[in-house]
Design a protein around this ligand. Structure first.
Ligand code: SAH
Ligand code: SF4
Length: 384
């Protein structure tokens, strides 16, 4: 693993210790042509400063470098025209800027764009850009945190893949950089802009939280994305929710609830056997919320399984006293999901009505990009 060691051995911050302790994954074993060089996207701000210091550079140069990588999305040192030619050559010798490879892009009639990225070891992940209808060109980007997912929810295509591997922090961040670069070049008048980020793509963020939290800090501190515009969605890993509450980063929280009884929830989301509804709801009640913030509860409506009037009434009771909004997502049957069915339009409307009459904020999230969703079950539900 020479490449990775060159990248992280020269410093010993808490962050790099955490990196070393994290799972040894395939990318570390992957022999890269740049194996003797440092991947700058792998480094934190402090590590970048140290790297520059070792090259005899002043602090303001680190700021320039991070600006080039995270704000101007530079892919090569040759772009960095405010550095001398000699210094650019030195950077080329000692370092590189990794970039995810875009292998496919699908565009839906409704404006949703799906990106398929190939990672260094040949695994691939998806990111989805969804117009959020709030202002010209403004979009929500849905990003992945793992290749596949081990949680195994019955309605979810990613779950049926199983877990291939965790994503590294820089791979998570790279989705945003690559899509932002692309969005700025969009034909749409004035270009497209990633205004919101949701960790709602492939994977369970709390099952890869070390890398996810490093990525979130980079998105906030280096890319300048407001933490208020970032939402992490979980299937309900209670210690993860508590950890986020205690150590941050303080992003918005979404819970994939999807049922109102342990019996039904455990039958579609095996994680419920480990963290049943009572514990999950308690963790949500304890989750600190700043003024004007709430927890989003996602509820995939499954015909005749969790879409009854009784379910709606139970949901009102369950969330009582929690500052919340509910997203009702009609099930998207995009893979062999056995017995699971779509809810009828009547049931969807009745369900929403009961929640609204009880004073709750409940939105129906229509499926976006349904014509481009061939390989993906979960990313179709829009999030606004
Ligand atoms: N693992 C995290 C984040 C990714 S899943 C989580 O479970 O929250 C993102 C969302 O997609 C979840 O709310 C999930 O309930 C929803 N989803 C998955 N498969 C779906 C399908 N077939 N139809 C509609 N929504 C789906
Ligand atoms: Fe994993 Fe989320 Fe899909 Fe469940 S819904 S299998 S937790 S990605």
């Amino acid at each position: 693993m020479p490449g990775i060691h060159t990248a992280i051995l020269f410093t010993d911050t808490a962050e790099s210790k955490r990196l070393r302790q994290s799972d040894i994954i395939k990318t570390q074993l992957f022999l890269h042509e740049n194996q003797m060089k440092t991947n700058l996207k792998h480094l934190s701000k402090n590590e970048l400063s140290l790297f520059m210091e070792r090259l005899g550079q002043k602090t303001y140069r680190t700021n320039q470098l991070t600006h080039w990588i995270y704000r101007k999305h530079a892919t090569s040192f040759d772009d960095m025209t405010d550095f001398s030619k000699a210094f650019r050559e030195e950077l080329n010798e000692k370092a590189f800027i990794s970039n995810s490879k875009l292998v496919q892009k699908l565009i839906s009639k409704d404006g949703t764009e799906k990106f398929l990225f190939e990672l260094e070891d040949g695994e691939s992940i998806e990111s989805v850009l969804i117009p959020n209808g709030r202002g010209k060109g403004k979009c929500t980007l849905c990003i992945s945190s793992q290749v596949g997912c081990a949680v195994g929810c019955k309605f979810c295509v990613t779950g049926s893949l199983g877990l291939k591997r965790n994503m590294r922090a820089y791979e998570i961040v790279d989705q945003v950089i690559a899509v932002q670069r692309h969005a700025a070049q969009s034909d749409e008048d004035g270009g497209r802009e990633v205004s919101n980020l949701v960790l709602m793509g492939m994977g369970e963020p709390f099952n890869n939280f070390t890398e996810v939290s490093i990525a979130l800090r980079k998105l906030i501190e280096l890319m300048g994305i407001s933490r208020r515009k970032i939402t992490l969605s979980t299937s309900g890993i209670v210690p993860g929710i508590q950890n986020l509450a205690e150590t941050g980063p303080p992003v918005n929280l979404a819970i994939s609830l999807n049922a109102t009884t342990d019996k039904v929830r455990s039958s579609i989301m095996p994680i419920n056997r480990k963290y049943p509804l009572k514990e999950l709801i308690r963790a949500c009640r304890d989750f600190p919320l700043s003024p004007n913030r709430s927890i989003t509860f996602e509820y995939v409506l499954l015909g005749k399984l969790n879409d009854t009037k009784d379910d709606a009434v139970r949901l009102v009771r369950l969330l009582k006293g929690i500052k919340s909004k509910v997203n009702l997502i009609p099930f998207n049957p995009s893979c062999d999901t056995g017995e699971l069915r779509q809810p009828s339009d009547k049931r969807i409307a009745e369900f929403q009505d009961i929640l609204r009459k009880a004073g709750m904020t409940a939105m129906i999230r229509k499926s976006m990009g349904s014509d481009i969703s061939a390989a993906c079950g979960q990313l179709k539900a829009a999030f606004r």
